[in-house]
Design a protein around this ligand. Sequence first.
Ligand code: SUG
Length: 428
Amino acid sequence: MDGIEINFDGLIGPSHNYAGLSLGNVASARNAGAVSRPRAAALQGLAKMRRLMELGLPQGFLPPPRRPHLPTLHRLGFGGTAADTCAAAWRADPGLFARAASASAMWTANAATVSPAPDTADGRCHLTVANLATMAHRSLEAEDTLRVIARVFGMQRHFAVHPPVPASYGDEGAANHMRLTAGHGAPGIELFVYGEARPGGFPARQDRRASEAVARLHGLDPARTLFIAQSRAAIDAGAFHNDVVAVANERVLLVHEQAFADQPAVLAEIARLMPEAVILEVPAAEVSLADAIGSYLFNSQIVTLPTGAMALIVPAETQDTPAVRDWLARSIGGSGPIDRLEVIDVRESMRNGGGPACLRLRVVTDAVGLAALDPAFVLTEHRWSQLHRLVETYWPEAIDPAELGHADVWQAWGAAYDALDAWIGAPR
Ligand SMILES: N=C(N)NCCC[C@H](NC(=O)CCC(=O)O)C(=O)O
């Protein structure tokens, strides 16, 4: 198969705010209560998509679901019109309203787990939507995500879309999944990283049983599938997803020395299964876990450019952290496997713990599969400009979380979703 990777970035929604909802995510906790800038946030996300398009890569987007999530507020006993429901929920419990209003679906690395066709038993690309069951605000995403993923990947000859695994087994999607392969279109090995909770420690958000279920649903070869325990040190330092301490692309694995519980055994097993793998292990002595997590070095995208060269798309925060900046200067380019560095600004998302890699769901397909995608969600230069204009027109400039439930705030979001729906062209 001639493998092509397309990234689907989450369009950052008009309700983007800092509510401090994610225990174990240090950036979310640190910025709780700060004023957010939804328009700037969405424009930063769009600029990242544009940069990847300029690098010659296909790019898609997934739209933000409507917030506040009225069905949840109704199920929680708030009723009447939308205005009544929101007013009552905000009055009764602002924290609960904030959960229903979060724009967290922007982090599409948590939308689904994707196994490309060369790895699966039936030769189709399989996607399992994540249940995101561990965090209340994120668990609201699955229903809408399933609907939009089923629409984008509706062509069943090429894609198989699975609903989330039962919520008793937390699944956070591609953020805890990596694939190593000689080339996108060749069979690969798939690595699922799960966490184990420590009493008193931060929550482990990926259940091993959920990962095993996804591997079964996708028809993966057990001999080419690894289930890897995340290190507790990483979880407790704030690596609430594996993609905060590791990232892979084709034959390259970039990983912090303290990412996995039994790292030497894991790396040996990877080398045994895939001798051509190139493992770039960053020693803790050079970049501490705290610096890795603070700068989001590993939440970078590694992409293969049309020339075959690889680029590392890093957040600007990596340049503010001396140990990380120096490691990048030493390690990228030259004789290493990653040829160039692209620094991008997604600071609004970063302040909620979402870097470049969190904002995208990568899907490997081929030219025929690419043509089968719903074109409403694939960007051309023209469609990117239209989306940019729409965000400039409708997205609010700032949100103070202390005012989240005020009617004028959430009503403005409604106008933005209506405009977006009209532009996309059909109900989602
Ligand atoms: N690593 C990946 N792939 N994704 C990042 C997700 C960030 C998200 N932050 C939040 O949900 C914070 C929302 C708030 O506090 O307002 C989370 O913790 O689930």
